[in-house]
Every structure is written in structure tokens, then in C-alpha cells.
Ligand binder design. Structure first.
Ligand code: GDP
Length: 192
């Protein structure tokens, strides 16, 4: 069953977001497949924007779920063409959100399943661990890995993230793999 996700608002600062009883957030490198994944969870094509020009959206997008919890789409990181000053602003904003946001239950950290964790992904994971922010890794685009290579890729990706294979959720937005499990997980987290 697709989640009834409704777009509510975009904000430049997390302090401008409406209050929520419970929330999950999505974070990841630009182009990791975050918009596609949110669209797949909602079974809507245009809910979150999918684009081939990463780094355009520097806003926090907030969506509401049918039972009252919220889902937040954080701006993607690591877009090379973004100037250093803008990157620093991004970092302060995201870190502020992750540390201060009331009701934040879990952060889904998206890692590209085909290319594995990048240096920036590892930095993000280290920071989340050091800051005690609850998080789960979602490996995206697994359809891009040939099935014969999938087991090895999964093992390598998990190792790169210093986790066990079973601690990672594996999805493909284009093929629908793992989408139901992720929907269920989110529903359970946001249960009032
Ligand atoms: P975002 O920048 O993280 O929001 O990433 P997008 O959702 O815009 O996706 C970036 C690119 O990856 C687009 O060209 C998508 O079509 C492609 N993509 C996203 N998810 C998948 C997937 O599950 N499988 C494949 N093969 N491509 C994907």
C-alpha cells in the first residue's frame, strides 16, 4: 500500500518548520535517488522532484502522513558546484535540524547501492554516530547492480559503512524492490 504522503511546505531554516508529534527524515548525497525513493514510497511521480541537475533544491521539504506524523526531505549534500560558503550554511542547517528537531524519530541515510558509501557519506555516518542521532542506512538503486554481483556488493557496502548486511535496507525506486518494507517501517515509526 502506498503511503498517503502530502506535501506541506518548504523551508530554508529548520526553525521555520511546523511542529510535529513524530517525524522521519531522509538525507543523502545529491543524485543518490532520494526524490525517486520518496516518490516511490508515495506512489506518486512528482511529489519530490527528480532531477538530473543535482544540488538545485537547497530547501527542507516537509510532508505529512495520513496519521499525523511527518516526513522530511533534507537537501542533498556533496554537489561539487556548490560554493564553499553555501556548503557551510547547508551543514549548519542540517546539523541544527538533526540535533534540535523535536519529534525526530529516525534519519534514513541514503547511500548509492551501486557505488557504495562516498567520503561524504562516511563523514555523515560518523557524525550521526558521534552525535547519537538514531539512523538507518538505505542503499538505493540496487537494480543497477547485476544479480550475480549483488551479494558481494552488499557485503562491501555494509563493510564500508561499518555495519552488518542485515542492518541496511536495500531498495530500488525504479523496480519497487524493498519499497513495501520501507513503507511498513515508516508507518511503524510514525504510529501515534
Ligand atoms: P536525488 O538528487 O537524490 O533526489 O536523486 P533523484 O531521485 O533525482 O535521482 C537521481 C538519478 O538517479 C535520476 O536520474 C534517477 O532516475 C536515478 N535513479 C533514482 N533511483 C533509481 C533507482 O532505483 N534505479 C535506477 N536505475 N536509477 C535511479
Amino acid at each position: 500500500m502506498p503511503l498517503q504522503i502530502t506535501f506541506v511546505t518548504s523551508a530554508k531554516r529548520y526553525t521555520d518548520l511546523p511542529a510535529t508529534p513524530c517525524e522521519v527524515a531522509f538525507v543523502g548525497r545529491s543524485n543518490v535517488g532520494k526524490s525517486s525513493l520518496i516518490n516511490a514510497l508515495a506512489n506518486q511521480r512528482q511529489l519530490a522532484r527528480v532531477s538530473n541537475t543535482p544540488g538545485r533544491t537547497q530547501l527542507i521539504n516537509l510532508f505529512v502522513m495520513p496519521k499525523g506524523g511527518t516526513l522530511v526531505d533534507l537537501p542533498g549534500y556533496g554537489y561539487a558546484k556548490v560554493p564553499a560558503r553555501e556548503r557551510a550554511t547547508w551543514q549548519a542547517m542540517i546539523e541544527g535540524y538533526l540535533l534540535e528537531r523535536e519529534g525526530l524519530e529516525l534519519v534514513f541515510v541514503l547511500v548509492d547501492g551501486e557505488i557504495g558509501p562516498t567520503k561524504l557519506d562516511i563523514q555523515m555516518l560518523d557524525w550521526l554516530r558521534a552525535s547519537d542521532v538514531p539512523h538507518t542506512i538505505v542503499a538505493t538503486k540496487i537494480d543497477k547492480v547485476k544479480s550475480a554481483k549483488r551479494a558481494t556488493r552488499k557485503r562491501d557496502l555494509a563493510k564500508g559503512c561499518e555495519l552488518h548486511i542485515d542492518d541496511i535496507m536495500w531498495v530500488s525506486a525504479s523496480k519497487g524492490t524493498g519499497i513495501e518494507q520501507l513503507q511498513q517501517h515508516i508507518e511503524n515509526l510514525l504510529r501515534p
